[in-house]
Ligand binder design. Structure first.
Ligand SMILES: Nc1ncnc2c1ncn2[C@@H]1O[C@H](COP(=O)(O)OP(=O)(O)OP(=O)(O)O)[C@@H](O)[C@H]1O
Ligand SMILES: [Mg+2]
Length: 268
């Protein structure tokens, strides 16, 4: 996919809670892994939903994203293999909630994750960072470390208002610590084509943001919400479900975007 040995780092971010960040990190990760890409998901949320959702018990979270950010741990030592081939996850514990304060008082406070990735890039083609629902220093660390940001947007009223705040933060990060940060795209989640409001959000998003909005929409699908309680991605839990089909399509679309970006970089 990429001719660079460094993995492609994608932050999955939206400061709004419950929009599908974690669901996207796990299932997009699994869908990319199913296509043979080596994927490392970094759980950067003190809630640890991604870690729990793939079935990593708390006592097995020995080296965590906190240790990677603040204790100099190598990402490869923290990344745990999952049931899915090609997929690993760096777990989070509630310790991570104190990372913000600790990084705040440190010198290069926005650079901790970037430094960790430079010092110990995981053996992966793609790194997906599952961000917490805030524009805290954890999310800023993800944006500073990332090549691009992928934004799950729940198809509901006010979705676009929240987005402008996120885009402002992306712009600030570009102007300061990470000029190369790109918007990978916006993905509409929990989409219901029969719902007038969903249609309206999609129309507004596509007319305002054009090609930034992925063609693929993630439907509201109960299999997606059930899969984590079985410690599985939806691809393993119910491969024929609408949710699994959608995340496979999103992976295909993302890989086409990445291939195009790589070509642009090579062609200059
Ligand atoms: N497409 C979907 N269809 C049905 N349920 C979904 C879908 N996407 C996510 N969910 C459910 O909605 C809830 C919120 O999703 P998720 O945890 O992925 O959001 P999040 O943005 O990571 O939340 P937080 O901001 O708290 O980290 C979860 O219970 C999840 O199972
Ligand atoms: Mg989450």
């Amino acid at each position: 996919m990429s001719n660079l040995s460094r993995p492609r780092v994608i932050a999955i971010a939206n400061q709004k809670g419950g929009v599908g960040k974690t669901t996207t990190a796990i299932n997009l990760g699994a869908a990319l892994a199913a296509r043979g890409r080596r994927v490392c998901v970094i759980d950067l949320d003190p809630q640890g939903n991604a870690s729990t959702g793939v079935g990593i018990e708390r006592e097995d979270r020995r080296v965590t994203s906190y240790d990677v950010l603040l204790e100099g741990a190598a990402i490869g030592d923290a990344a745990l293999p999952l049931g899915t081939p090609n997929l690993t996850l760096v777990p989070a514990t509630t310790d991570l909630s104190s990372a913000d304060v600790q990084m705040m008082s440190s010198g290069r406070r926005t650079q901790h994750l970037r430094a960790a990735l430079l010092r110990s890039a995981p053996d992966a083609d793609v790194v997906l960072i599952d961000c917490p629902p805030s524009l805290s220093l954890l999310t800023v660390n993800a944006l500073v470390a990332a090549d691009s940001v992928l934004v799950p947007l729940q198809s509901e009223f006010f979705a676009l208002e929240g987005l402008s705040q996120l885009l402002l933060t992306v712009r600030e990060v570009r102007q300061t610590a990470n000029p190369g940060l790109r918007l990978e795209g916006i993905v509409l989640t929990m989409f219901d084509g029969r719902n007038r409001l969903c249609q309206q959000v999609e129309e507004d998003a596509r007319s305002n943001l054009g090609e930034l909005v992925f063609e693929t929409r993630i439907p509201r699908n109960v299999r997606l919400s059930e899969a984590p309680s079985h410690a599985k991605s939806v691809l393993d839990y119910d491969p024929d479900s609408k949710g699994a089909i959608a995340y496979r399509a999103l992976a295909g679309e993302l890989l086409r975007r990445l291939a195009r970006d790589t070509k642009e970089e090579v062609d200059g």
